[in-house]
Design a protein. Sequence first.
Length: 203
Amino acid sequence: MIIGVTGGIASGKSTVARAFAALGIPWVDADEVAREIVAPGEPALAEIAEHFGEGVIAPDGSLDRRALREIVFGDAAERRRLEAITHPRIRERLIAHLARLQAQAAPYVLLVSPLLFESGQQALVDRCLVVDVPEAVQVARTAARDDVDEAQARAIVAAQMSRQERLDRADDVIDNSADEETLAPRVAELDRRYRAAGLPPSA
Ligand SMILES: CC(C)(COP(=O)(O)OP(=O)(O)OC[C@H]1O[C@@H](n2cnc3c(N)ncnc32)[C@H](O)[C@@H]1O)[C@@H](O)C(=O)NCCC(=O)NCCS
Ligand SMILES: Nc1ncnc2c1ncn2[C@@H]1O[C@H](COP(=O)(O)OP(=O)(O)OP(=O)(O)O)[C@@H](O)[C@H]1O
């Protein structure tokens, strides 16, 4: 069984995934895969440079993520162009990563992705777990963690599915508006349910 873990920026997906990992559950992170496919030498990086110009390439030849972020979160058409270059490649690699994880003897595995619903990755999973926090918490945690101001954090939140749309599509919801200690028993309870659901019907 594959569980898709999603939620907007800084909702706490990685924090939730680490709590599952502590219980022995392996995971693949779409944000990490998104970085792999734009490494120097990768065809996606060349396509990005061709479309967005050399201004998004750092002097060492790597992607200037900040420069690209400032373009795509201010312009929906440019964001769609970037996604047209990256999403098919991300999907292909996610499928390969998931196949490798499933070959391990874990009771179930996680696909952690901010755009599970938006990019059709939902089709790769059996159940969707939404990590839920109010948008104001997302903006505050993004600005505290990343090198972005509150206005840009709000622009990124606005580029994603709304909180309500995500909740409407969820099979399971985990509330991460309280502290991390509160999260552990919630993850443990979901883990018990997923393990039970993963058993064959006769067991
Ligand atoms: C725009 C880029 C260069 C910004 O890089 P940066 O290092 O600043 O951010 P990072 O990649 O860590 O992403 C941070 C968060 O931004 C949000 N985000 C990223 N891309 C998108 C997008 N296309 N639409 C909406 N939100 C997005 C996600 O919540 C993500 O967790 C980068 O996010 C990117 O290449 N995005 C396109 C690929 C993609 O869609 N990735 C998401 C995983 S499927
Ligand atoms: N319950 C919590 N209380 C306080 N801070 C938290 C909590 N959960 C997560 N955080 C903090 O909020 C930030 C975002 O958390 P995390 O990286 O897990 O989110 P994410 O959804 O994986 O983010 P992104 O998709 O943007 O990479 C981190 O700095 C993390 O330490």
